[in-house]
Design a protein around this ligand. Structure first.
Ligand SMILES: [Zn+2]
Length: 283
């Protein structure tokens, strides 16, 4: 038996007709709710815990500086979970939509790599919080704050690091940066208290400044939290519209034009259906 659509028909029709606006520019803001349907736990934000520690106290440069082995144990677990997970129908629908729209950009807060594995075109997505499969260099901290990294970065590193899952890990066991040979290898994600990549943020800002009919589609993240809130607001300011897909009904309080309540894996493919009838855009 087919699952009945959770979306009220009138809401869907009105969204679909806006989606077919000629030359519509689409910005998708992606959050943890997109990957929840792939079985990945949310650690960001309030309530995320691991081994009785608040995830917000583990995912910081201070924590890594104090005990890199412990922080690596947390990330090894998350890396394995992410690499074992599979993209769900919403990841695929967004990837296919991106291929079929000339002006489409996704700003993903997820670090699990599932959008990439669903075939989302690389030039149509920015990973604003980095990626679990990326390794970079941690030079440490001094009294003045962070020490600038040497800039080393390695992508698609999916093998386990030689760090035991349990017990205290001495600092000497953490693999060194192969470039400067003094820094420690760290996960290539953005920690609490770290700033987002300027180039990435500039690209999204530039996108927001272009005129024309636009849609900000917020999937699986609170539209009240930075940067999603700022993007939705910027799109509205230029006369565009905002749609929210979330398991909780909070679109109305966020001023969304459409609020779709339900599992992203079910809702996203359905709301993007009209785009699938188009041919892929040839660059
Ligand atoms: Zn280095």
């Amino acid at each position: 038996m087919a699952t009945p659509s959770p979306i009220p028909p009138a809401l869907l029709t009105s969204f679909h007709s806006y989606l077919l606006t000629p030359n519509l520019r689409i910005l998708v803001v992606i959050g943890a709710g997109l990957s929840a349907a792939s079985g990945l736990a949310t650690f960001r934000g309030a309530g995320g815990h691991w081994r009785n520690f608040d995830a917000m106290t583990i995912a910081t440069p201070e924590a890594f500086n104090a005990d890199p082995g412990f922080v690596w144990q947390f990330y090894q677990m998350r890396r394995r979970a992410a690499f074992a997970a599979k993209p769900n129908p919403a990841h695929y629908a967004l990837a296919e939509a991106a291929k079929r729209c000339r002006d489409f950009l996704a700003a993903s807060q997820n670090v699990d790599g599932l959008s990439r594995r669903a075939g989302h075109p690389e030039d149509k997505i920015e990973y604003i919080h980095g990626n679990l499969s990326t390794l970079s260099c941690f030079q440490g901290m001094d009294y003045g704050g962070f020490v600038e990294s040497c800039g080393w970065k390695a992508e698609d590193q999916t093998q386990d690091l030689p760090i035991p899952d349990e017990g205290v890990v001495p600092r000497e066991m953490i693999p060194k940066c192969p470039n400067c040979k003094t820094g420690l290898q760290r996960p290539g994600v953005v920690w609490f208290g770290e700033s987002l990549d300027e180039k990435v943020m500039d690209r999204i800002q530039d996108w927001l400044e272009v005129q024309g009919p636009s849609l900000c589609l917020v999937v699986g993240t609170s539209g009240r939290v930075y940067p999603a809130a700022a993007y939705a607001k910027a799109v509205k300011k230029r006369g565009g519209k905002v749609a929210v897909v979330d398991i909780e009904d909070r679109g109305a309080e966020e001023g969304a034009d459409w609020s779709f309540v339900g599992d992203a894996a079910v809702v996203v493919p359905e709301i993007l259906k009209p785009l699938m009838e188009r041919p892929e855009v040839v660059a």
